[in-house]
Design a binder for this molecule. Structure first.
Ligand SMILES: C[S@@+](CC[C@H](N)C(=O)[O-])C[C@H]1O[C@@H](n2cnc3c(N)ncnc32)[C@H](O)[C@@H]1O
Ligand SMILES: O=C(O)C(=O)C[C@]1(C(=O)O)C=C[C@@H](O)C=C1
Length: 247
């Protein structure tokens, strides 16, 4: 099993043809380092997922980890809850991510009922479930597909079920937004990224990662059926929301 994770240096040299960002082999090889150095609060969010599940999940309920990448959210749950507490389906569109997630999850939590599916979360057939995790995934779907997916997830959730949605967000106020983005770039610099890496990645993510405002997220969750949602975490321009289905 190769569990090696390399330092992210993808955008460190000038690239004359800057391709759109994609979750290919190159990104997979350095993904744990990339996401840890690029997402403020990533570790804290993972740490809370098990606690949220511990409070809201009916014993033995089904959990979905959508856009699972290497399965970090699934692993976080397995690290905090016993095998009989839940069954989990992790899904990702990237074959390279799925292959590595399967290896990691079967090695790290062999006792837990975890399956990893390669597929598109927009067209998956959802079983009744108690919790859905979208940890930095919805932002990569075309904006016009987001509400339909959330409505399908609302329908799949059992009464009392919860959806955790973590996203990069924008501020409706231009000056506040600029301040957050500038401090986010400081965060990246402090984590060892150069000006070139920051600017090339920003360009590669344009029209690939399309962030919404928190207001747009809450309004969309309400239209999708959720009677209540709240922002439980925010660190600069990264936030996590929880949406509740009525019990
Ligand atoms: C930022 S990563 C998610 C990180 C991961 N959830 C974690 O906590 O470490 C976004 C993931 O969403 C996946 N993705 C994007 N669009 C998808 C889709 N339509 N269906 C399934 N997965 C998708 C990408 O392949 C990528 O692995
Ligand atoms: O580097 C950035 O600007 C990011 O937005 C970080 C981000 C994300 O938010 O999903 C973007 C791509 C990678 O998947 C890892 C993290």
């Amino acid at each position: 099993m190769s569990d090696a994770s390399y330092r992210d240096a993808i955008f460190s040299t000038p690239l004359d043809r800057l391709a759109r960002f994609s979750f290919d082999e190159q990104v997979v090889a350095c993904f744990p380092d990339m996401i840890r150095r690029s997402v403020p609060g990533y570790g804290q969010i993972l740490g809370m997922l098990g606690l949220i599940a511990g409070r809201h999940l009916r014993h033995g309920a089904h959990v979905y980890d959508l856009g699972c990448s290497l399965g970090a959210a699934s692993l976080a749950l397995a690290g905090q809850l016993p095998p009989e507490a839940f069954r989990l389906t992790a899904v990702d569109l990237s074959p390279a991510m799925v292959a590595r997630a399967r290896e990691t999850l079967s090695a790290e939590c062999p006792e837990h009922a975890v399956e990893v599916i390669e597929g598109d979360i927009r067209t998956l057939d959802y079983q009744p479930c108690g919790m859905v995790i979208l940890n930095f995934t919805l932002q990569f779907l075309p904006p016009e597909d987001r509400e339909t997916l959330l409505a399908r997830l609302y329908n799949a959730l059992e009464p009392g079920g919860v959806l955790v949605l973590s996203e990069k967000v924008i501020d409706p106020d231009e000056r506040d937004n600029a301040w957050r983005v500038e401090r986010y770039h400081d965060f990246k610099r402090a984590n060892g990224y150069s000006e070139l890496e920051i600017s090339q990645k920003r360009t590669a993510l344009e029209n690939v990662l399309v962030p919404d405002t928190l207001e747009a997220h809450h309004a969309r969750l309400a239209r999708a059926g959720f009677p209540r949602s709240l922002t439980w975490f925010q660190y600069l321009n990264f936030a996590s929301l929880i949406a509740f289905k009525e019990a």
